[in-house]
Each structure stands twice: as C-alpha cells, then as structure tokens.
Design a protein around this ligand. Sequence first.
Ligand SMILES: [Zn+2]
Length: 255
Amino acid sequence: MGTAFGGFPVLNYHKINNGSEVDFLTVNTTELRRHFSYLNNKGYTTVFISDVLAHIEQKKPLPAKPVMITLDDGYRDNYTALYPVLKEYNIKANIFLVGGFIQSPDKKHLDPNPMGEFMQAQEAVEMSKDLVEFGLHTFSHQSYSKLSLPEIEADLKKTKARLQELGIPLQPCHAYTFGAYNQKDGNKRQAMFELLQQNDIRLAFRVSNWVDKLPLQNKYFISRIHVNGLFPLWKFKVALWGFIKIFNRIESLLK
Ligand SMILES: [Zn+2]
C-alpha cells in the first residue's frame, strides 16, 4: 500500500451528470470541477495510458505529481457532461469501453441497455483527438472472475475487433469489470496476467481503493480509487491520498 505522497493515484469515475444528481456511481459537474480545480491548484499532472506505458516500457519519467483520471463503461454523459469540463481544465482522461454497448449506426449495440445510455462511436472518435484515450472493459460487461481463460481470450479479441470496426483508437489496456480478478486463486490470477500479455494487453487496472507506489510492482494489477458521487471534497482528498480504505475501516469501527 502507498499514498499519493510519492505514489501514483488513479481515480475511477463512471457517470458524470450535468445537473445536481449524484449517487455511488454518478459525480455531477459541480463536484467534478471542484476535483479538477483541486488537482490543478495542487500541481498534479494528469496522464494518459500511453504516458504510463512509455514510463514502464521506455523508462520515460512521469511528471512530478502524476494522477490518472479513468472512467469505466463508456456512458454517453462522458461525452456530453465530462468532455467539456476536461477542455475547461485541460485534464486528460482515459475511458474503458464496453465494446458491445457503444452506439453505432450499424445498430449492433445492445439496445435498450439496462445499464444506461452509452456513447456513440463518432463521439468517442472525436474525444480521442485531444483529451481522451480509450482502453478495453469487456464486450458486454461480464466478470472475468467467472470466465475460463479461453472465454476471456475470446472476449478480448471480440471487444478489440468491435472497437476497431467502429474506428475508435485503442490503447493496449484493460480495466477489470467490477474491479474483479481472481482474488482467491493466485495461480489463476497469474495465468490471466499471462493471457493478457499474450493478447498484447500491456496494462490492466483493478479497483482496490489503494494508491500504488512508483515504480509500479505489477502492471496487470494497478490500483484505482473509486470516486463516489456522494463524497464531499474532503473525502475526495482522503481518497486521492490513498487513505480512504483505512478511513472507512475506522469509521465502521466507530459505528
Ligand atoms: Zn464497469
């Protein structure tokens, strides 16, 4: 476990709302502006997946206070609500897409989708031109913990092929759905890392609410912090610094 002090905080958002609505998975743009102002004012520099890869593979240094903004699933509000705020604050973000959910003129996407409204392929392409990079987040949001290795491999190939078909530029990077990996079986987990490597996935992210220290110990097991839409700003800071897990534990002991 590490902290933002000398570590590499990776924040994990989902839905971004233009109004006042917030919940566990939804941060509104008023709060988001507070997060981004805080990061800019405190001298953090946001990085892309490609920056992390260049750091790991070519030993290119990361900026002094690196922070990574990630969003999972690929909701349409990432285009309508998040993207304008990214431009306003010059913040880089990385979105992990569910291949079969991206809306496209060929109508091959899941519709209606009980998880919500997903971005259109051309919106992803537009965002990829400046402040957004994209990675994989499965084809239909299955949990890799429940799939066999051949099933995982087939899913990776299918997701990549679909996003390529839609013309969305992809980074060789995966985010586990539900933050999940094989928690109990170390051998299975190792086999999954090897499978990712064989399929040219060169980074993978989980959700652990920790902050990894630099240099990163395992590029297939990078910690992320879930940003809860219900967090006040002070709790966002606690999370960013890598203390939210300890804080929650203490809080539950005091109840
Ligand atoms: Zn997800």
